[in-house]
Design a protein around this ligand. Structure first.
Ligand SMILES: Cc1ncc(COP(=O)(O)O)c(C=O)c1O
Length: 405
């Protein structure tokens, strides 16, 4: 029987193959150090959990909640944008709460896409950016991830030669998986381009608060005139270590926010009210929770860059996000990222995310998530060092002769 139309657009998750291998290695007793999935391991700060526990005692909070988010939550998100970015938002018309930014992004795609609409999407990128639109009937045209002048030539060509003319441009900085960070000047050029060509800009700012070096990442909405064309998605998952709570936001252009709000009003009743109240509490906090989360990831990043480098696996230091994006060591590169990732599970007890899972342009890379503690990251480096130093002798089926040193 032929597969359903929508399901055919969703190939099996590449990451599943590594996950299966990981599960069977664990079942056989291996201690796998898991740098694969970007699933924050830090506990949600106590004050946020306490607020949830307090509010859940009130039976009035057990009813259906508000699909677009309770007013206090939308006000708190507007407050965050005002403090952090100097961007003024109307909480009634320019802010909608989402069940995590992933849901918000996917339903925005449902709301705005007509069959065959062309979407300009980074490659490699977080999968929902492409698959949200593919599920909605759109067509993807891949774009560069590097936020510099090289971005605009291909963008210009895409707008000139796509039929129909592209509907939207997706940007994601700090980027998952590459950890590229964009400057405000880059955003100015993006917005100028988008206004000129009547392109919608969808900015995924899930890592707004996970940064280590330099200036905090800007919001695209800081650019004058951005509100005419752009919507931005943020997430509480990483900022406050609340991935399981499913809280995020879309903010920006009223027409787009209204379209998303309308679709959501048919689909959900919003997050559980106690979760929305606890999220409000988090957003209205003094920022110390965020600083602690950031400091933990920074220490892990430094340990990873140092120990992996010494082990012979160069890891460029990411300036932001909870990921490092590392080129596969040369003698393994011909294997591709999926096979290399499987080898790491089998031979080094380390799980990573194969770059190809983020798009074909990622196949020379693997993504390493900073979701194990420093001690385990050091252990992963020791395992990898051992694997790399014995590979020449033990991997004769895998390393071709001409790449051996
Ligand atoms: C770039 C990016 N956007 C969105 C998400 C999803 O976040 P949420 O938990 O808010 O759905 C992630 C999670 O890994 C991400 O990396």
């Amino acid at each position: 029987m032929e597969e359903f139309h929508k399901v055919r657009r969703l190939p099996p998750y590449v990451f599943e193959q590594v996950n299966r291998l990981k599960a069977s290695a664990r079942a056989a007793g291996a201690d796998i150090i898991d740098l694969g999935m970007g699933n924050p391991d830090l506990p949600t700060p106590k004050a946020i959990v306490d607020k949830l526990c307090e509010v859940v005692q009130d039976p009035r909070t057990h009813r259906y909640s508000s699909s677009k988010g309770i007013p206090g939550l939308r006000r708190a998100q507007a407050g965050y944008y005002a403090r952090r970015f100097g961007v003024k938002l109307n909480p009634d018309t320019q802010v909608v709460a989402t069940l995590g930014s992933k849901e918000g992004f996917a339903n925005m795609a449902q709301a705005i896409t007509a069959p065959g609409d062309v979407i300009l999407c980074p490659n490699p990128t977080y999968p929902i950016h492409a698959f949200g639109f593919l599920m909605a009937g759109g067509v993807i045209r891949s774009m560069s991830v590097e936020p510099d002048d090289s971005f605009f030539g291909p963008l210009e060509r895409a707008v000139k030669h796509s039929i129909p003319k592209p509907l939207a441009l997706i940007i994601n900085y700090p980027s998952n998986p590459t950890a590229h960070v964009a400057s405000l000047d880059f955003y100015k050029d993006v917005i100028e381009f988008a206004r000129k060509h009547e392109l919608i800009v969808l900015s995924d700012l899930a890592y707004s608060e996970i940064y280590f070096d330099g200036e905090p990442p800007p919001s695209v909405l800081q650019v004058p005139g951005a509100m005419d064309v752009a919507v931005e998605f943020t997430s509480m998952s990483k900022t406050f270590s609340m991935p399981g709570w499913r809280m995020g936001f879309a903010v920006g252009n009223e027409r787009l926010i209204s379209a998303l709000t309308r679709v959501k009003s048919y689909l959900d009743y919003g997050a559980f009210t106690p979760i929305q109240v606890a999220a409000t509490h988090a957003l209205n906090g003094d920022g110390s929770d965020i600083a602690e989360v950031r400091a933990v990831y920074k220490r892990r990043r430094d340990v990873m860059v140092d120990t992996f480098g010494k082990a012979g696996f160069e890891v460029p230091p990411p300036a932001a996000t909870m990921f490092a994006w590392a080129k596969i060591p040369e003698k393994f590169r011909h294997l591709g990222s999926l096979e290399f990732s499987k080898l790491l599970v089998e031979k080094a007890d380390v799980a990573v995310a194969p770059g190809v899972g983020f798009g074909e342009m990622g196949d020379d890379y693997v993504r390493l998530a900073l979701v194990e503690n420093e001690h385990r990251i050091r252990q992963a480096a020791r395992n990898i060092k051992k694997f790399l130093s014995t590979a020449d002798d033990t991997m004769h089926n895998v390393i071709s002769l001409n790449t051996r040193r």
